[in-house]
Structures are given as C-alpha cells and as structure tokens.
Design a protein around this ligand. Sequence first.
Ligand SMILES: Nc1ncnc2c1ncn2[C@@H]1O[C@H](COP(=O)(O)OP(=O)(O)OP(=O)(O)O)[C@@H](O)[C@H]1O
Ligand SMILES: [Mg+2]
Length: 616
Amino acid sequence: MVYADPNISNDRPVIRQLDDAAINRIAAGEVVERPASAVKELVENAIDAGAKRIAVEVADGGKTLIRVTDDGCGIAAEDLPLALSRHATSKIDGSDLLNIHTFGFRGEALPSLGAVGRLTITSRVPGSEAAKIHVAGGKVEAVKPAALRTGTVVELRDLFYATPARLKFMRTDRAEAQAISDIVKRLAMAEPAIAFTLRDVSGGGEGRVTFRADRENGDLFDALHARLARILGREFAENALQIDATREGLRLYGYAALPTYSRGAAVAQYLFVNGRPVRDKMLTGALRAAYFDFLSRDRHPAAALFIDCDPTLVDVNVHPAKSEVRFRDPGLARGLIVSSLRHALAEAGHRASSTVANATLGAMRPEPAPAAPARVYQMDRPSPMARQAAYRAQSPGFAELSQNYSGRIVEPAPEVAPLEEPQDLPLGAARGQVHENYIIAQTADGMVIVDQHAAHERLVYEKLKRQMAENGVAAQALLIPEIVDLTEGDCARLMAVADDLARFGLTIEPFGGGAVAVRETPAILGEVDARAMILDILDELADQGESQTVQARIEAILSRVACHGSVRSGRRMRAEEMNALLREMEATPHSGQCNHGRPTYVELKLSDIERLFGRS
Ligand SMILES: Nc1ncnc2c1ncn2[C@@H]1O[C@H](COP(=O)(O)OP(=O)(O)OP(=O)(O)O)[C@@H](O)[C@H]1O
Ligand SMILES: [Mg+2]
C-alpha cells in the first residue's frame, strides 16, 4: 500500500521507545492542564506531608511563578532525585491500588511539572541539613546544599515554557488566578485544621494576600463550620443545616443551606470524597434531587458535603486529575445524600424567615443597608417548646380548611381581629390582613407577615403529597398498550426499576426483543406521551443511576394543582380563617417556603421594630 501523506515515508513505520523527557511531557499533558492544576498537585503534596501551614504564592496567574511552602515532613536529600522520577512515590507500595489514604499515589506530579516548567524543590527533614534540586524541561541537576529551617518549598517557574503549544491555551492572568483561588479554597474546606494563605506576588515584593484561613480548632463540625464561614461567607454559615448520617459504611457530613438560601447557578456546591474535592455528576445529581421539592428549576442549592468511607469502597484512580470517583455502590451514596438532606430540610421546614426580615429592615431603614447578597434569607427557628405547643394547638381538619378557602364569599374581615393570646404560638395570633394578601400576626416577641397565597399553596401541596404517599398514585390503563422499542440493555435497565415506577402509576412489562409495553400511566398526568417519558427515564437512569422523572412530573403537577387550588391573593379572610391558616402552617412540614423556594412568611422581632424607630 502506498501512503498518500507526503510526511510519511514509503518505508514501514518504525516503532521507537520514547525518551523520558518526551514521556514526562506527555504525562504532564494529562496531569497539569493549567496553573491551577499545578497548584492543586503541590498543595496536595503538602497536605500529604502532614503540613500545618501552607503558603501559596503566585505571579501572573501562576504562569511565571508558583511557590508552595509547607512545614510538613520534608524530603531527605538523597530522596530528592527520586521524588522527580516517574512512578516514584512514598505513599503506596503498589500492592493495593484500591486502598489509598493520601491525595497522591501515582508518583507523577513532580516529574510532570519538571518536564514542562522550571522546578526547584528545597527541603529539609528534621535532624539533617536542607538540600535542593532543580529540573528544567526534564533535565535534572545534581542535589545541592541549601538553607531552609523546616519543611519543603517547591517553586515552579515558567510553566509550559517547554511546551509552547500548551502555553497558547492559557487564559488571562485573572482567569488563571481565579481558578487557583478556587482550588486553594476547595482544599482549604477539606482541611480546616491547616492554615492556608494565598498571595499574589505579581511584580515582585511581598505581594498581596488574596485569601487567608487560619487554623480552625474545635470538633469536626465547629471547625468545619468556621472554615466554611470563612470561605463561603457568614450568610452561608448562618443558613446552613448540619448534616451527619451514616449508612452501610458510608458517612455523609457537612453543611447544606436552606432552600431560601439558593443560588442562580450551581456555583456553591462543594463535594468531597474521603477529603478529596470532586466534581461528580452522580453526586451533584443527588444534591439536586434532594432539593427538588423545595426549589424551582432555576435555583440551585448551596452545600459543602463530605462523604467518608473505607477507601476500598470508592475508586479514585479513574481520572488523571483525580476529580472523578467511582463508588462501588453508587446507589448507596446517592440514596444517603438524598435521604439525609431531605430529612434535614424537613426538620428545618418550620424555620421562620428572619433574614428576609433583615433584608426588609434594611430596605426600610433610611441609611444605606449593609450590602446583603441578593436573595439570601436567613431563617430563625422557633424554640422546640413553642413548636410542641403549636402541634398541641387544635388545628382544624384540612379538608374543612380548604373548603373554607375555596372561593366562598365571606363577610369582609373586621379591621382588627379579636385578640388571641400569641404566647407559645410560633406564628402568633392574626391581627389583621392588609392588601388582601398579607396576614399580620402578633407573636410573643415580634410580628409575622404571611403571604397567604404562597402559604396556602404549600399547604395544599404538602397535603396532596401526603395523600399520594398514603394511597399510592392512581394508575390509568391505556386502551392499547404502547410498545416502545429499546435495546436489550435499556430494556433490562428499565425493568430493574419497574417496581418503583409501578408505585408511581407507570406500569411496564417486557415485550420481547428489547421492547417494553406500557400498560398504565399515572392518572394525574392525564394523557402522556409514554414513549417520550420512557426515554426520559432511561436518560436519567444513565445519568444518575436512578430516575425521578415520573415522581418529578407528578410532583410538578401536584404543585400546579396546589397553585390553582389555593387561596388567591386578593381575598379577604376572617380572623378565624387567618388563625386557622397560621396553625396549619405550624403543623405542616416545609411550610416556611412556597413551592418555588420563596419564603411564605417574614418575622420581625420587636427589638428590630424598635431599632427601626431608633428606640434602642
Ligand atoms: N511537600 C512535600 N513534602 C514532603 N514530601 C513530598 C512533598 N512533595 C512531594 N513529596 C514526596 O515526593 C514524592 C513524589 O511526589 P509526587 O507528587 O510526584 O507523587 P505522589 O504525590 O506520590 O503521587 P501523585 O502523582 O498522585 O501526586 C511523594 O511521594 C513524596 O514522598
Ligand atoms: Mg503528589
């Protein structure tokens, strides 16, 4: 055969062994994609070395200089050349690639960095003199004596100078600096007991500290909470629920924010597996699923969650940057996230929105309000005693309640509602209604403003869901079963969840040759395109290992039904009706926010009101 390509000779292609420098440059392409990945490798090495303080300095977005200084165990002078050779590591012995307790395990990072930049490692182990080694573009120099008190300093200059093609792909200094800051913060979240500083030394000199987190003390949760407050801000910390749950050897802990502290994009989601920051579709999918019921589609939950387990239950060796993991039992991890977050959110469902209150007060005050981030609502939890009292309080039957609301004409509300004792009632006693949508109630130490439409919508929705959980979802038989052709594999995947689907009113059977027959669909959905629904479910199964399509659609319908079946704003309510609504809210989970993640009520403390009038 004759080769058409003029660059390839007519001779037989020759197979050559590449030299080490070329091998390292190729490996570097996978390990170091940009300055931030170099920072990640060096900081991870420092953490692995047991450092208590880690300082990162960068210049020009890390392109010209990255320097990481730590006070860890150090590298012995005679080991320095070894640290720079490929597949040399002190962290595993190679016998068990599934049992990894450190960030590093491949022995690739330093040789890769030395192949594409100018790398100097200076280090000292206790009881010996310090030494340094230099490598540039893969050429290693001899070890020399150096001066250093303790730990290790790794300096990387002119990253990618040896691979100009890669240099062209660098983004602006600012973008690279941002990525570096992001990676340092992620690692800092995972290690609250280590002090971190990040300094921008562009232009030489001392430079400027761009991030700093001191060592946090206290127990796991206190330290983590303080570190998260430092990195994600006070509002996150104030709105965060503590999560701690264990199931079959998997422990999930961390903090997840209330639905009313949500974001417009998935930017505040931090997930860690055995302390390693990961970006994992399955895990973020589980997070989304947990909040599914509380947030509208365009809002995203904020959370910092850690999964710890025996290293053998998760494979970290699936991605060159180790940012993806594979659980031996993905369903277990997903189920743990979904159920423990839902549980925590349900528990917090009664928290009143008192930062909405802060925002409200800020808006009312004549002086400029403190710059509060948009859409951050802090919620304040009524005392357990008050909650118990609320549960004990007689609340009218729900059916009766909704009947009262369903468009019956009632006499206009009296200007001032009859006095009811507000003691012990978290949402207080109704005192009046303004603008035909807002109930004003007096509580023991302040007042509450309720958006009656939002509140009622949530109550109806919760009620419908409860009914569905109790009685199951009614299924409607199709006159002619719809046959959907699939591959054998897809068919098997679908049949594996057939029982779950049946619970939601979707009945399917194998039809032979990879096809399935859809016999029944959920009645509440009305007429559905069964085929499209099946394909959606399969997509979701492939994506997340579990499908919520049917449930999601049913819940969306319930939510719409609830919206239409609720008291519209613009309807006057009698005092008893208002009080009944308040009591019902107290007794209903998740009633602190409506189906779109907006608060249903705002609480103002008397002290806040007094401050408004300059009385305190
Ligand atoms: N900051 C440091 N302090 C002490 N020892 C270090 C430090 N950085 C690197 N080392 C030593 O050098 C070795 C090689 O580091 P390198 O990052 O190349 O590989 P690794 O961390 O073992 O694995 P990986 O390639 O997965 O990061 C490490 O195993 C460790 O013994
Ligand atoms: Mg390493």
